[in-house]
Design a protein around this ligand. Structure first.
Ligand code: 13P
Length: 259
């Protein structure tokens, strides 16, 4: 029912020549990905160039953020309509770097999720606890708050158009990962909440990705967990060979989907 998905989040990396080169190498290494969907999210400035590189390939283009309005006096912002026009199919929203560095609130993130859906962009809603919150036993409380707030007000039929990414903040860029079973526990909890927000069937259709120091040598372990439907990859997506390996290791065995 759920085909795994692997998303490259390049963050603020990739000037034009590098972005083209990296996208070409990933495209050439994943000509016909089997049992996995693959997306690349470059910085805004490289979206058009990467769109050209990916034209005609099964790899999807995504963005790392968007505003909730269509247009207007919002200096420095980019609207979902602008992203859709460039060929973006998805948009990462509520990433912890935006929550913590840019002080994005749950309310803003929820407006962005709704706006993305209005423009047929698949939101990849990120949730995750800090090290301190985990230490205090607040992991489930934090991710529940972020999930409920991020999806607030969405009609049940829109839930299935969203992807969730569980990214524990302490695992991002640190080389520390949640163990596959720690991640699976949170994914299971999130799926339970999705059932409450929509239905059991819709919750089963929503992909929940894991992110946080996913590398070629641990990707296979995560993909063995039935509750983990792929990866949101930061640092390791900047090397074509690493990202290609992660995508291949995240593929459902024999091209089958996860139930
Ligand atoms: P790293 O893979 O570099 O830990 O980053 C994860 C992340 O933030 C992806 O969105």
């Amino acid at each position: 029912m759920r085909t795994p998905m692997v998303v490259a989040n390049w963050k603020m990396h990739g000037r034009l020549a590098e972005a083209r080169e990296l996208a070409q190498a990933v495209r050439d290494g994943l000509k016909r990905p089997r049992g996995v969907e693959v997306a690349i999210c470059p910085p805004f400035t490289a979206l058009a160039a990467v769109a050209e590189v990916l034209a005609g390939s099964p790899l999807m283009l995504g963005a790392q953020n968007c505003h909730w309005e269509e247009s207007g006096a919002f200096t420095g912002e980019v609207s979902p309509a602008m992203l859709a026009e460039l060929g973006c199919r998805l948009v990462v929203l509520g990433h912890s770097e935006r929550r913590h560095i840019s002080r994005e609130t749950d309310e803003e993130i929820s407006r962005k999720v709704a706006a993305a859906l209005r423009h047929r962009l698949q939101p990849v809603l990120c949730v995750g606890e800090t090290a301190e919150e985990r230490r205090q036993g607040l992991t489930f409380t934090v991710v529940e708050g972020q999930l409920r707030a991020g999806l607030a007000g969405l009609p049940a039929e829109d839930l299935v158009r969203c992807t969730i990414a569980y990214e524990p903040v302490w695992a991002i860029g640190t080389g520390l990962t949640a163990t596959p079973s720690q991640a699976a526990e949170v994914h299971g909890y999130l799926r339970g909440l999705l059932s409450e927000l929509g239905s059991k069937e819709s919750a089963q259709a929503v992909r929940i990705l894991y992110g946080g120091s996913v590398k070629p040598d641990n990707a296979g372990l995560f993909s063995q967990e039935p509750e983990i439907d792929g990866a949101l990859v930061g640092g390791a997506s900047l090397q074509a060979a690493s990202f290609i390996t992660i995508a291949k290791k995240s593929a459902a065995k024999s091209g089958a989907s996860k139930e």
